[in-house]
Write a protein that binds this ligand. Sequence first.
Ligand SMILES: Cc1cc2nc3c(=O)[nH]c(=O)nc-3n(C[C@H](O)[C@H](O)[C@H](O)COP(=O)(O)O)c2cc1C
Length: 200
Amino acid sequence: MEFDTLLRRRRMHRSFTDEPVKIEQVLALCEAAIRAPSAGFTQGTELIVVTDLGRIRNIFELITTEDWLRNSPTHGGLLQAQALIFPIVNKPAYLARYAEPDKADTGMAFEDAWPQPYWTVDASFATMQLLLKVVDIGLGATFMGIYHGVERLRDLLALPHGLEPLGIVCVGHSASKKTTGSPRRRQRREAVTLIHHEHW
Ligand SMILES: Cc1cc2nc3c(=O)[nH]c(=O)nc-3n(C[C@H](O)[C@H](O)[C@H](O)COP(=O)(O)O)c2cc1C
């Protein structure tokens, strides 16, 4: 697919059919994610992939509320996702990497010295590559924050202390071409309002 077309086609899909997603497709998404750049080549972003449908259902039960499901009818089809991918933010890996001899002069072995949380930056880059690969292989996905049940989710995923899920990528075959979510209510901003030349 032509790159500009791919960029334009990328959008969040919040409703899926029950058609299974092949494990090779899930792995292709993960491969795309782990090719992302990383600060100091730390490669700190790891992924947890869940394809067991019972486990997927358990996870949705943990991270959603009945209220949310009731009041978000467009999100109903989300529960049909055939794979969940959690990009995992690994801050300790970055602090350790920047304490290595070739990075010692940056002074970034301590969190306060970081200009930005590169562990989150890297997990975000990886997630974006994954989302683009979703379009490339003809699937649909949405990225969502995790607002509820994160501690129980951590237990279910056996996530070690210090590691955090960036969010959740729900993957499946899209059930609808309809625009969902915030773009129904907000216009895309014009480039001229977003791009500044030479100064703000
Ligand atoms: C950090 C982040 C958090 C998001 N959280 C949610 C979420 O919790 N639920 C949801 O439906 N969409 C979520 N989205 C998707 C955005 O709503 C969506 O990207 C935005 O409205 C633009 O739409 P598009 O991606 O379809 O172009 C999130 C996106 C980002 C980048």
